[in-house]
Design a binder for this molecule. Structure first.
Ligand code: MRU
Length: 368
């Protein structure tokens, strides 16, 4: 997508410097900082400490992490160790394991002398594949938005609520939940996006709102608790969210708070869609509530917030009594029964074993 009018991806290999570069998302929207990831430990820190975040981007970063390590030490031991170190960085997004497995399976039979080149090539392909999947998600999602927009008066916007950041910053480009929005904008459909702030890390306020502004898409930031009220008032036409892991039966794990939005949408008869590229599907799991590991993050993310002071400096402020304890589950599960449909690169399907099997017959037969 565009930043200041210039096309940009969230991760790329810079041919001039021969290094991997990312946008360090911790500073957005206040500062746009690009950093170089040059060794395994830095890749691990970048994923764990959320310089990069979002399931598809975590996977792409891990793939390049393996490639960079192969350039330093292409041995089997180094490959296995790197898989393990990067896999431990974040537990919930399944794209991480998917990308690491892709790299390991490819590299294992390659002689050591050829491993770095093969790894860089595959990492680049994983990035390109993510971009294409998300572009296709946009094409399929556009048809859903088109139908809803057709029921509106001329010029009246289609109002879409989204949670967390499932935008291009969470992927390599396009985003998952935002790709249908960008395609609808290009098709001339008037839009209004409700952007959930998404406590505790405020990915909606800091990232999605920034993305929408850069793309000139009308939007308003809302506190997480406002969604249900807006739905009751008839102010929301549809919900589109992303996911960090979706099971073979269609249960969706996404940023904490997604489940409450799905409950409110169900109660108000509002379509609730989840946009996902196929590497986000964990074909080995069925019951998301029992089987998906939920990341629990630092209490400090809940007890304080980061932001910009009036003097322009960035600061964290404490929002509760000193010593107050906090719980910080980072994701929740939305059961398949609350989901209207899954928007994938192959089309839209029901959130059910049959729906997913219909779009991905080869995966279900071999992996379950
Ligand atoms: O903790 P994060 O910021 O890595 O989590 C990302 C999300 O949960 C997003 O909502 C997103 O939809 C999943 S990635 C497209």
């Amino acid at each position: 997508m565009k930043v200041g009018g210039k096309s940009c991806r969230s991760i790329w290999f810079d041919d001039d410097t021969m290094t991997v570069k990312i946008i360090d998302q911790r500073w957005l929207p206040h500062e746009f900082r690009i950093v170089e990831l040059d060794r395994r430990a830095v890749f691990a820190t970048a994923i764990r400490d959320m310089w990069v975040r979002g399931a598809p981007l975590i996977g792409a970063t891990a793939a390049y992490g393996i490639a960079v390590q192969m350039a330093h030490d292409p041995s089997d031991r180094s490959l296995d160790e790197t898989w393990k170190i990067l896999h431990q960085t974040r537990p919930t997004a399944i794209n991480l394991r998917w990308a690491l497995d892709e790299m390991k399976t490819l590299l294992r039979p390659v002689p050591e002398a050829g491993r770095a080149a093969a790894a860089f090539q595959r990492a680049a392909e994983i990035c390109d594949q993510d971009v294409e999947c998300n572009r296709l998600i946009g094409c399929h999602g556009l048809e859903i938005i088109r139908k809803i927009a057709a029921g509106k008066k001329r010029g009246e916007p289609t109002r879409i609520l989204t949670h967390c950041n499932a935008g291009w910053l969470a992927t390599v480009d396009w985003g998952t939940a935002t790709s249908p929005i960008y395609h609808a904008q290009a098709a001339g459909i008037p839009l209004h996006i409700w952007v959930d702030e998404t406590r505790p890390r405020n990915q909606g306020a800091q990232l999605t709102a920034w993305e929408m502004a850069e793309q000139r898409i009308p939007h308003q930031l809302i506190v997480d608790n406002a969604g249900g009220h807006l739905m009751q008032q008839g102010e929301v036409d549809m919900v589109i969210v992303g996911t960090d892991r979706t099971t073979a039966q269609g249960d969706v794990c996404n940023k904490i708070g997604t489940y409450l939005k799905a409950l409110a949408a169900k109660d108000n008869n509002i379509p609730f869609y989840v946009a996902l590229p196929s590497p986000t599907i964990d074909w080995t799991l069925g019951d998301g509530i029992r089987e998906i590991p939920i990341e629990h993050r630092d209490e400090a993310e809940v007890t304080g917030v980061w932001g910009k002071r009036d003097d322009g400096s960035l600061a964290r402020v404490q929002i509760c009594p000193e010593g107050c304890r906090a719980a910080n589950p980072a994701f929740d599960i939305t059961p398949a029964r609350l989901i209207t449909g899954l928007i994938t690169e192959r089309g839209v399907c029901a959130a059910s074993p049959e729906g997913l099997a219909g779009l991905f017959p080869e995966r279900v037969i071999t992996e379950r």
